[in-house]
Design a protein around this ligand. Structure first.
Ligand SMILES: [Zn+2]
Length: 401
């Protein structure tokens, strides 16, 4: 019976909204009052040079100073931060005797602030916190202010930090490291370069799609996934063609945050498992790598009836399709919309275009199968399956065929 809803029987979950969301145009102006509410006296703003150049760091500094808070800026954040970046940030935080973090920027700024928070408050090294709930002492409050609409890190209790030498990415999860408040101000995202808008937007959509089908999905996580998908899939084209449209930027920003909340509850799937080795070994930008693999993973997972139905229902949320037309029809409409957006966003569509060497496929597939996210994929997936997916990603053409 195709029309029966597919809501999974709720398994056990434990969900406490950890991050207060403050959304709206000019929301950033509340940062001083919100920091004071959290009892701050001295604040470390963790950000990158691009955000300083855009003027956002200075604005936040003035807003914090206006309510009498001391402010120190750490503006050395790099993409995909490593243990060295965290160590540098800790030195600054310790010397300034801070009592609150502001993570201002993309996912890397928030990851650096979170990584620094672990070490500053609990000591030791990043690898001590690799895994779930390894920190025993309380941490400093964090206010996250995203300037991209993508990672959803502002709503996640994870710091992603790579080892400086091995480049192994360590996911350090702890409820205490989640931002206490996320300030979602669409106007701050207008300054994103077009490539960043495209890559982070595709990543946010991939988060909505993957979280909607994982083994851990539940009625609560689906609520976030579906709403995130509706907001982002209908707005990405608009922000690409009209970057100054603040309303569309707002929908992307809120959608990315809701998708981040969905990840907290549902984890991710095989598109992320396949993407991570491509980023680690060939430097392919995360959103590009995820986008390239996502349509292939949707088709692969559709062999699992419950996943096929979940994709069809996801496609029905923003009326891309209707479940009553048939599950395959709805899934195909979903894939067609993803392909269209990937092309509009100028994403590379074949691994040939990304400098990946064909002979590396078996090693990449082994690594993909070992990713934590693979264990949540709705269809069991082996390294042989990843070999087939990577091979398809080599052989496809730019039109997604
Ligand atoms: Zn992602």
């Amino acid at each position: 019976m195709q029309n029966e809803p597919s809501l999974p029987t709720p398994g056990s979950f434990d969900h406490a909204p950890r991050t207060r969301l403050v959304f709206g145009a000019h929301a950033v102006e509340k940062v001083g009052v919100l920091a004071a509410e959290l009892g701050a006296k001295r604040v470390l703003v963790v950000t990158d040079k691009g955000i300083v150049t855009a003027g956002h760091a200075q604005r936040v500094e003035h807003l914090l100073q206006a309510v009498g808070l001391g402010v120190v800026i750490y503006d050395q954040v790099r993409e995909n931060p490593t243990t060295r970046d965290v160590d540098e940030c800790v030195k600054v935080a310790r010397a300034a005797a801070i009592d609150l973090f502001v993570g201002l920027g993309g996912g890397s700024s928030m990851d650096t602030a979170k990584g620094c928070n672990f070490i500053l408050t609990n000591g030791g090294q990043m690898k001590d916190y690799w895994g779930v709930g390894k920190a025993t002492k309380s941490m400093l409050p964090l206010i996250a202010i995203p300037t991209t609409a993508g990672t959803g890190s502002e709503c996640q209790s994870a710091a992603l930090i790579a080892d400086e030498h091995s480049h192994q990415k360590m996911a350090c999860l702890d409820p205490k490291v989640a931002a206490r408040i996320a300030i979602l101000d669409p106007e701050l995202t207008v300054s994103q370069p077009p490539r960043v808008t495209a890559c982070t937007g595709i990543d946010a959509i991939a988060h909505a799609v993957e979280t909607a089908v994982t083994k851990k999905r539940n009625p609560l996580s689906l609520m976030y996934s579906h709403e995130a998908f509706k907001l982002t899939v209908t707005s990405l084209e608009r922000v690409l063609s009209h970057p100054l449209d603040v309303e569309a930027r707002g929908r992307m920003l809120l959608g990315a945050a809701l998708a981040g909340t969905a990840i907290e509850n549902s984890m991710l799937g095989a598109a992320h498992s396949a993407a991570n080795p491509l980023t680690a070994h060939f430097g392919i930008v995360h959103g590009q790598a995820v986008g390239m693999m996502l349509p292939l993973v949707v088709r692969f997972n559709s062999a699992e009836p419950a996943a096929l139905r979940a994709y069809a229902e996801l496609a029905s949320a923003p009326e891309i399709a209707c479940v009553s037309e048939g599950l395959e029809v709805a899934r195909d409409a979903l894939v067609a919309r993803l392909e269209k957006l990937l092309n509009l966003a100028g994403m590379p569509r074949s691994l040939v275009d990304c400098g990946v060497r064909r002979e590396t496929i078996p090693a990449l597939a082994e690594e993909a199968a070992r990713q934590w996210t693979a264990s949540f994929n709705p269809r069991k997936i082996s390294s042989d399956d990843f070999v087939r997916l990577y091979t398809m990603a080599f052989e496809r053409r730019g039109d997604g065929a």
